[in-house]
Ligand binder design. Structure first.
Ligand code: HPA
Length: 266
């Protein structure tokens, strides 16, 4: 960790970010538009070297609306075969860089039948069905407790703030529970019925490991899902990664204006 932080800080010339944003599938554009300093993940000691598919895979530092931001443009996933510890290492790095507020974003399938593709959902809570947990292994008592509380991972005041920002922008937002599977296969119709019965509103393959680590080490977390498709069986159509990316592209204008407004309001 010391080596990672030294490497990054050397490139920052004293720039000290306060807010972190992890940009999910199809949502990376913000880091193209606002970019003062960029560091590809493969250069950073301790980061996973493989490319992030469909993303640039870099840390981007920028001042946006007067706030100092670090963005992760793309993330690695558990389904790629990396460990939970590897995929969440960057969150610990953000903590060590001084980040207090972390905005997690993703593309997700709608399980709640009231949700439509291109809706935005503020994550109120999550269900971890990935079959593992990023805190497995020895605990670093300097970072957090062995058995950390997870009662309010997604900060209520940040949800209220994001709702207010959305209202001012005239954007309708949904709220709900994000269910995480390991993937990479999408869900079967029976699995979607089960997720709905058990309280999931949207389903995806990311975010939960990062949210657990961020909460564990004391960061305030806001989670935003971009609903990219009706989950398996709801629409009757087959599901493809292209559909997920196409819909996310359509939603990204809304998504970007919401993020920018939240950043200003923080
Ligand atoms: N299921 C799981 N992950 C996803 C989906 C989905 O329907 N859409 C985008 N990510």
């Amino acid at each position: 960790m010391r080596e990672t932080i030294e490497f990054i800080k050397e490139k920052l010339n004293g720039f000290a970010p306060e807010i972190g944003i992890i940009l999910g599938s199809g949502l990376g554009e913000l880091a193209d538009e606002y970019c003062n300093i960029a560091i590809p993940y493969f250069e950073i000691p301790g980061f996973i070297k493989s490319n992030v598919k469909g993303h640039k895979g870099r840390l981007v530092f920028a001042e946006i609306n007067g706030k100092k931001i670090v963005m992760m443009q793309g993330r690695n996933h558990f389904y790629e075969g990396h460990s939970m510890q590897e995929i969440t290492y960057p969150v610990k790095v953000l903590k060590a860089l001084g980040i207090k507020t972390l905005i997690l974003t993703n593309a997700a399938g709608a399980v709640n039948e009231e949700f439509k593709p291109s809706d935005l959902m503020l994550i109120t809570d999550h269900i971890n069905n990935m079959g593992s947990n990023p805190l497995i292994g020895p605990n670093d008592d300097n970072l957090g407790e062995r058995f950390p509380d997870m009662t309010e991972i997604y900060d209520k005041s940040l949800i209220n703030l994001a709702e207010k920002c959305a209202k001012n922008l005239g954007i309708d937002v949904q709220k709900g529970v994000y269910w995480a599977n390991s993937g990479p296969s999408y869900e079967t119709p029976a699995e979607i019925r089960m997720i709905r019965m058990l309280g999931g509103d949207a389903v995806g393959m990311s975010t939960v490991p990062e949210a657990i680590i961020a909460n564990y080490c004391g960061m305030n977390v806001l989670g935003i899902s971009c609903i990219s498709n009706a989950a398996s069986s709801i629409s009757g159509d087959k599901l493809s990664h292209e559909e997920v990316i196409d819909t996310t592209n359509k939603a990204k204008i809304k998504f970007k204006s919401l993020i920018l407004s939240v950043i200003s309001a923080l």
